[in-house]
Write a protein that binds this ligand. Structure first.
Ligand SMILES: NC(=O)c1ccc[n+]([C@@H]2O[C@H](COP(=O)([O-])OP(=O)(O)OC[C@H]3O[C@@H](n4cnc5c(N)ncnc54)[C@H](O)[C@@H]3O)[C@@H](O)[C@H]2O)c1
Ligand SMILES: [Fe+2]
Length: 392
């Protein structure tokens, strides 16, 4: 069977990426709907984009309503604003949330009905031109064919898919990530790491996605801690921005597996940000994945130069898992308890969360396919006493 590999048509990355993208953006339309959040406006990030658009005589309307992770209502508002303001293409500037809402708005401009109607289906018609400018180094949404939107009626984080959702142009300007606070740097960085590890070990991995996944894992392993400890370190920010992009390209083509499958229900029910819920799950999920992915983890241990080539696979795989866990421990990721999740409520929802995780389809891409009981067991492990103790 052959493999199909998709990625954005244009990726412009590095210093001055935004200003040098303008010659392409000029050709995309006359008026952009800018999809963003209030923080991006407040810290002056949107103004930098506006300045560039003004200099290039491109008109725009700013929709800064993506405050929190995407829900279906934000898509309806964005669609209305696009039509009322006679826009003809879209630009998202911000983290994965504004980028995902932009994609869903675009999809609803060219497809019938509401975004919730597309859960579990491929969105058929391509949206108007999409431009993504990520300001976190995490989701990789700037390069993926996915958008994740919460169905507010049913409290489900829908994973929606369509090849047309891949932005035409992705602008990777590391300067925008310099302002990300440490806790968000950590959580979004672990999100990118999760994308890369999951795509490399996915049953849907292919040679092209492996190239991007391996490169992303190396960059993240070597630079995430530096970006977390010193947010003004341009080089580590640049490496992380590239890594998040690579990881996005990888999982857009190879899918994610158990971690993301289990992460979305936690996000939908307890409002935990996507990067954080992945980071909370990654350690226990890696232990679970390992039994089905000894060869892959051993390979990664060797790529990261954690072991000599002669070390046998079982031992190398253990060292890979331990090294990733050590890295995560240094990032002071909050526990569920610290985030304020009520343990009783969490346990009362175990069955729904496991059902929703399996229904998303992601867990079945794992080399070791989890049962519902396995998933419940991992959710329970997140509350082990020693977890809190080992962080003190
Ligand atoms: N489409 C995909 O392929 C895909 C993949 C993974 C995750 N996601 C989705 O992406 C969303 C999460 O995105 P995210 O983790 O980037 O977070 P986010 O976009 O929700 O942003 C998190 C917070 O960081 C702030 N922020 C962003 N950039 C900043 C900057 N440069 N300086 C200061 N503050 C900044 C935002 O204002 C916000 O308060 C979730 O909804 C998740 O489901 C999508
Ligand atoms: Fe993710």
């Amino acid at each position: 069977m052959s493999d199909i590999f998709l990625m954005p048509k244009y990726i412009i990355s590095g210093e001055n990426a935004l200003s040098e993208s303008m010659e392409h953006i000029k050709n995309f339309g006359k008026k952009a709907l800018i999809v963003t959040d209030e923080t991006m406006v407040k810290i002056g990030t949107v103004e930098k984009l506006e300045t560039q658009l003004n200099e290039n005589q491109i008109d725009y309307f700013v929709y800064d309503g993506i405050n929190g992770e995407p829900i279906d209502e934000m898509v309806d508002v964005g669609k209305r604003l696009y039509l009322e303001n006679k826009c003809d293409f879209l630009i998202a500037i911000g983290g994965g949330s504004p980028i995902d809402v932009m994609k869903a708005i675009g999809a609803m401009l060219t497809n019938e009905g509401k975004i919730v109607n597309y859960n579990g289906k491929v969105i058929p018609n391509p949206p108007p031109t999409l431009v993504a400018i990520p300001t976190t180094a995490g989701t990789g949404s700037e390069a993926t064919k996915f958008t994740i939107i919460t169905d507010s009626m049913n409290n489900i984080k829908m994973l929606l898919v369509g090849p047309g959702l891949i932005p035409t142009l992705s602008i990777i300007d590391p300067e925008f990530t310099l302002t990300v606070p440490p806790a968000i740097t950590a959580a979004t960085g672990v999100d990118a790491l999760t994308h890369a590890i999951e795509s490399f070990t996915s049953r849907k991995a292919q040679p092209m996605s492996d190239i991007f996944a391996i490169s992303a894992i190396k960059r993240i392993y070597n630079h995430l801690l530096d970006a977390y400890e010193d947010g003004s370190n341009y080089n580590s920010r640049k490496e992380m921005a590239l890594a998040a992009l690579e990881a996005g390209i990888a999982f857009s083509n190879a899918s994610v597996t158990i971690v993301h499958g289990m992460s979305r229900p936690i996000g939908a029910l307890f409002g935990i940000p996507h990067g954080l819920s992945n980071a909370i799950l990654l350690k226990d999920c890696l232990e679970f994945i390992k039994d089905g992915a000894i060869k892959e983890f051993a390979f990664l241990a060797k790529e990261l130069e954690l072991v000599y080539d002669e070390v046998e696979d079982g031992e190398a795989a253990d060292i890979f898992v331990k090294s990733i866990i050590d890295l995560i421990n240094k990032l002071n990721i909050q526990t569920l308890e610290e985030y304020g999740v009520d343990k009783k409520e969490f346990f009362a929802n175990l069955d729904k969360m496991a059902t929703d995780a399996l229904a998303s389809g992601s867990p079945e891409n794992t080399q070791r396919i989890p049962t519902k009981e396995d998933i419940i067991e991992i959710y329970k492990k997140l509350w082990k006493e020693e977890k809190v103790a080992c962080r003190l």
